[in-house]
Design a protein around this ligand. Structure first.
Ligand code: HEC
Ligand code: HEC
Ligand code: HEC
Length: 429
């Protein structure tokens, strides 16, 4: 990313922010919040929204207490730490009124009036309805208070100037709540509300511009990135070997596995873990809406395509990648062969159906090869061992190159696999 371009653009934003926008006022702390007022139904609704919004995914540090903050988000501008979201009065949001909470969620402004960085997806959360926002507040305020002061975020100049986020908001943030499209069904609108609002799917699946804003229009949900992973396109995906249907999307989003595609790994795992606790109708609505963004696919056609890909991939081929083939046969086939193999707990994703094998970059595949999958999206999926201590970068490069050639024959070979593997080795997962 071009530093000069960012600096120049930010310089302009500083000027803009200072010239036209008065700083927001603090909202007075409240002495106590009466949590006995809320019904069990409201609290359950709030729990669901928190699950759909992955609050605990970002607000919990590895090994730390739920929502106590300190999770480090790597952004192109530096590391941003999440805050303590428990109702602790000193270190959390215990003194936040509902008014302060909803201002943060809709406008990205903290109780003390300072601007929050858009690494916190308030740009999506702003779409939430008033009643969902209230239920979310009720739920969070009813959770145990945890005293914990997470590390402070210190970005380099000029990003350490929080007021300039006002300029960013002015350019990129639409804080209007969701407006249903009357020409569409209730299910479609429900799905769009969850995708664009609490679910913040676009935060990972929509590409961003040079200063970190999601691109609009035709770029919507066409593929972005998250924590060093590619978040594939959800619209007419060319990387998915088999087109997605409403039903396969539902299986994937609900359980973390679709037999026609594979598993949800990396940053998608915790998303599915949250979705799996929502009412089934909500996940149906999300699948219905996502499917509506692509040309309609007949389920029979996608099933045929899946069968054809599995067969094509298993057909004997003569390839140069003899080293990679040997590694695959000895280390992977036991769990990933198209047929046979010894039984094991969990699912059996097929390489020929997997988007990560057909993507433009090898990053997702290399992440999985090195680190395995030690936190399955749902318990039924099983675990995959990591191979970073078993194979060196050269062997992993041979393996990935073989998998690419054999299982994604229509795609160009990946280049510089060895250095890509070395780069990802340094990356925790
Ligand atoms: C993608 C990661 C991510 C997700 C998901 C996320 N947050 Fe955050 N949140 C952050 C970060 C990072 C900050 C701190 C931003 C900053 O320092 O400017 C933050 C800050 C906040 C704040 C301001 C708190 C304070 O003390 O200033 C609130 C309130 C908040 N988040 C609520 C939520 C809720 C509620 C959810 C779930 C619906 C949620 N967040 C989901 C990353 C996330
Ligand atoms: C924190 C980032 C993040 C968020 C938020 C997120 N995703 Fe994902 N998603 C990913 C990544 C990364 C992958 C690739 C996973 C893999 O390779 O196993 C993925 C994969 C997928 C896939 C499979 C695509 C394919 O062709 O294999 C679907 C479908 C999907 N996500 C839908 C959604 C929906 C719907 C939402 C919102 C409810 C969502 N995602 C929110 C990061 C995210
Ligand atoms: C002990 C069984 C086992 C072995 C050995 C194994 N895997 Fe896996 N693999 C799994 C399971 C189970 C999953 C799904 C886990 C989950 O999602 O929780 C998986 C998932 C995957 C995925 C899907 C990742 C995604 O993002 O969609 C790929 C690709 C993969 N394995 C490749 C390999 C390769 C290549 C090897 C050999 C180096 C290998 N596996 C060895 C069990 C295994």
């Amino acid at each position: 990313m071009a530093g000069g371009g960012i600096g120049g653009a930010l310089g302009g934003l500083i000027g803009l922010a200072c010239a036209v926008l008065p700083g927001p006022a603090p909202i007075a702390p409240v002495s106590s919040v009466d949590t006995s007022l809320w019904s069990a139904a409201t609290l359950e609704r709030g729990r669901q929204i928190a699950a759909a919004g992955d609050c605990a995914v970002c607000h919990t540090a590895p090994g730390g207490q739920t929502n106590a903050g300190g999770f480090a988000l790597e952004t192109p501008f530096g590391t941003v730490y999440s805050t303590n979201l428990t109702p602790d009065r000193e270190t959390g949001i215990g003194t936040w009124s509902y008014e302060a909470f909803q201002r943060a969620m809709r406008k990205g402004i903290a109780r003390d009036g300072s601007h929050l960085y858009p690494a916190f997806p308030y740009t999506a959360f702003a779409k939430m309805s008033e009643s969902d926002m209230m239920a979310l507040y009720a739920y969070l305020m009813s959770q145990p208070a945890v005293r914990n002061s997470p590390p402070r975020t210190k970005l380099p100049f000029p990003m350490n100037q929080r007021p300039l986020v006002a300029g960013w908001n002015w350019l990129f943030h639409d804080e209007r709540a969701f407006v249903p499209d009357e020409t569409r069904s209730a299910q479609w609108n429900r799905g769009k509300y969850l995708v664009d609002g609490a679910g913040h799917c676009g935060a990972c699946h929509t590409p961003r511009n040079a200063i970190g804003a999601e691109k609009g229009g035709f770029a919507y949900l066409t593929g972005g990135s998250a924590e060093g992973w590619d978040a594939p396109s959800l619209v007419g995906s060319r990387a998915a070997p088999v087109p997605w249907t409403e039903d396969t999307l539902f299986d994937y989003l609900r359980t973390g596995f679709s037999a026609e595609h594979g598993v949800a790994a990396g940053p998608m795992g915790p998303v599915v873990a949250g979705l799996s606790t929502l009412p089934e109708s909500d996940v149906r609505a999300i699948s219905h809406y996502i499917a509506s963004l692509s040309p309609r696919v007949d389920p029979a056609v996608s099933a045929d395509a899946a069968a054809a890909h599995a067969v094509r991939a298993s057909a004997a081929q003569t390839l140069d990648d003899e080293g990679g083939r040997r590694i695959f046969e000895s280390a992977c086939a036991v769990c990933h062969a198209e047929s046979g193999g010894v039984g094991h707990f969990g699912v059996r994703p097929l390489m020929g159906l997997n988007t990560s094998v057909a993507l433009a970059t090898p990053d997702n595949l290399l992440h999985v090869l090195q680190h395995g999958i030690d936190r399955p999206a749902t318990a039924e999926l099983g675990y995959m061992p990591g191979f970073k201590d078993v194979f060196d970068d050269r062997q992993l490069a041979e393996l990935a190159s073989y998998i690419r050639a054999r299982y994604a024959p229509g795609q160009p070979a990946w280049r510089d696999l060895e250095s890509a593997s070395a780069r990802l080795r340094a990356h925790a997962h």
